[in-house]
Design a protein around this ligand. Structure first.
Ligand SMILES: NC(=O)c1ccc[n+]([C@@H]2O[C@H](COP(=O)([O-])OP(=O)(O)OC[C@H]3O[C@@H](n4cnc5c(N)ncnc54)[C@H](OP(=O)(O)O)[C@@H]3O)[C@@H](O)[C@H]2O)c1
Ligand SMILES: *[C@@H]1O[C@H](CO)[C@@H](O)[C@H](O)[C@H]1NC(C)=O
Length: 311
C-alpha cells in the first residue's frame, strides 16, 4: 500500500518537472495581463494563450459564473494566477468600481488589453444615456485606462519589459464617415442609431483613442509613463458570437485568432511603434488630424468625468 503511494507521488513529481510544462516559465518572468471581455471569443482565446505562457491573469467579464470557471481553467492551463472581476461596462459607475477593485488588489499591470466590445443591431442607450456601442467600446476603456495608469507606471520601472496598452479596433474603423456623426456620439438619450454605423464609429474611436493616448504619454513628465506603448489593431475577422450577430460566420475559427496575443505578449508588440495600428487594412486618415483628435479627447473627458490633463 505505502509502496504504491510512494510510486504514485514520485510519478506526479516527474510529471510536474517535464520540460514541456516548464520551458515557458523558465524562459520568461511571469507578467500581469488584464483582459477585459475575457469570458468569450477573442478575449477568452487570448487569455488561454497567455495562461499557457505561465503569466498572471486579471480577467474581466459580466457573467460571474463563467468568470469563476474561466479563472480555474486558466490556472490549470499553467497561469501563474488568475483572478476574475465582474462589471457591466455600459455603466460608468461600474467601470469606476472595477478600477477601484483591481487597483486595491493588484500591485502592477504589465499589459492592459481593452478587448471587451459589443455589436448590437439596435443599440440601446447606456446607463448614462449614451449610445451603448460607443459607451462600452470607447468610453469604458477611456475611463478604465486612466484609472489603471498608475499600475502600468509601476510595471514600467523595470527596464527589461515594455508595458503596453492594447485597445481593440477593427478593420471597420477605415470605413467610418466620422466626423459627420460626431455630435450623435455624445448626444445623451438621442435618436437610435444604426447598429453597423454605431459599431464602425466606436472602432474608429478605439483607434483614435490609441493615437492620442500615445501622444499624451510620450509628452508626459513622468518617464515611467513615457515608456508605455499604446497599440491598436484589427484582431482578425473571427467567428465569434459578435461576428455571427452582425455579419454572419464569414471569419476564421477562434483557434487562429492570435493577433491580440501577438501584440500583447510577444516581441512583435514590444517592438511596435507607440500609437500604431496593426493587421487588417490601414488606419483611418482621421488619425492625422490633430484638431479632431483633441476635440474627441475633450468630449471623452467631459462625458466620463475623467481627466488626463495631469499626465
Ligand atoms: N470577431 C471579429 O471578427 C472582430 C473583428 C474586429 C474587431 N473585433 C473586436 O474584438 C473584440 C472582441 O470581440 P469578440 O468577437 O471576441 O466578441 P464576443 O465573443 O462577443 O466577446 C466580447 C466580450 O466582451 C464582453 N462584453 C460585451 N459587452 C459587455 C459589457 N457591457 N460589459 C462587460 N463586458 C461586455 C462579452 O461578455 P459576454 O461573454 O458576457 O458576452 C465578451 O466577454 C471586440 O472589441 C470587437 O469589437 C472582433
Ligand atoms: C494560434 O494559436 C493557437 C493556440 O496557441 C495555435 O494552435 C495556432 O497554431 C496558432 N495559429 C496561428 C495561425 O498562428
Amino acid at each position: 500500500m505505502s509502496i504504491i503511494f510512494l510510486l504514485l507521488t514520485s510519478l506526479v513529481g516527474i510529471f510536474s518537472l517535464m520540460p514541456g510544462r516548464c520551458t515557458s516559465l523558465a524562459t520568461q518572468t511571469p507578467r500581469t495581463f488584464l483582459i477585459t471581455g475575457a469570458t468569450d471569443g477573442i478575449g477568452r482565446h487570448t487569455a488561454e494563450k497567455i495562461a499557457s505562457d505561465g503569466h498572471h491573469l486579471v480577467l474581466h467579464g459580466r457573467r460571474p459564473d463563467v468568470g469563476a470557471s474561466l479563472a480555474s481553467s486558466l490556472a490549470s492551463r499553467g497561469a501563474a494566477s488568475a483572478r476574475y472581476y465582474d462589471a457591466d461596462l455600459s455603466d460608468l459607475r461600474e467601470v469606476e468600481r472595477l478600477s477601484r477593485e483591481i487597483a486595491s488588489s493588484t500591485e502592477r499591470l504589465d499589459v492592459l488589453i481593452n478587448n471587451a466590445g459589443v455589436f448590437d443591431p439596435d443599440p440601446p442607450h447606456s446607463a448614462q444615456g449614451y449610445d451603448a456601442s460607443w459607451h462600452v467600446n470607447v468610453m469604458a476603456p477611456f475611463l478604465l485606462t486612466r484609472r489603471l495608469l498608475p499600475l502600468l507606471a509601476s510595471a514600467s520601472e523595470e527596464r527589461s519589459w515594455t508595458p503596453r496598452i492594447i485597445t481593440t479596433s477593427s478593420i471597420s474603423q477605415s470605413w467610418s464617415l466620422w466626423p459627420d456623426r460626431f455630435p450623435a456620439l455624445f448626444d445623451r438619450n438621442g435618436p437610435a442609431r444604426s447598429g453597423h454605423g454605431a459599431y464602425s464609429d466606436s472602432k474608429l474611436g478605439d483607434y483614435l483613442f490609441t493615437v492620442r493616448l500615445a501622444e499624451i504619454l510620450e509628452n508626459s513628465n513622468d518617464e515611467r509613463l513615457r515608456r508605455i506603448k499604446c497599440l491598436t489593431m484589427d484582431p482578425g475577422t473571427v467567428n465569434t458570437k459578435m461576428l455571427r450577430a452582425g455579419w454572419g460566420a464569414c471569419g476564421i475559427p477562434l483557434i487562429r485568432a492570435n493577433n491580440t496575443y501577438k501584440l500583447a505578449a510577444t516581441e512583435y508588440g514590444a517592438n511596435a511603434e507607440s500609437g500604431s495600428y496593426h493587421f487588417g487594412g490601414s488606419g483611418s486618415q482621421d488619425a492625422k488630424d490633430s484638431k479632431k483628435l483633441k476635440m474627441l479627447w475633450e468630449k471623452l473627458e467631459e462625458c466620463t468625468g475623467c481627466s488626463y490633463s495631469d499626465i
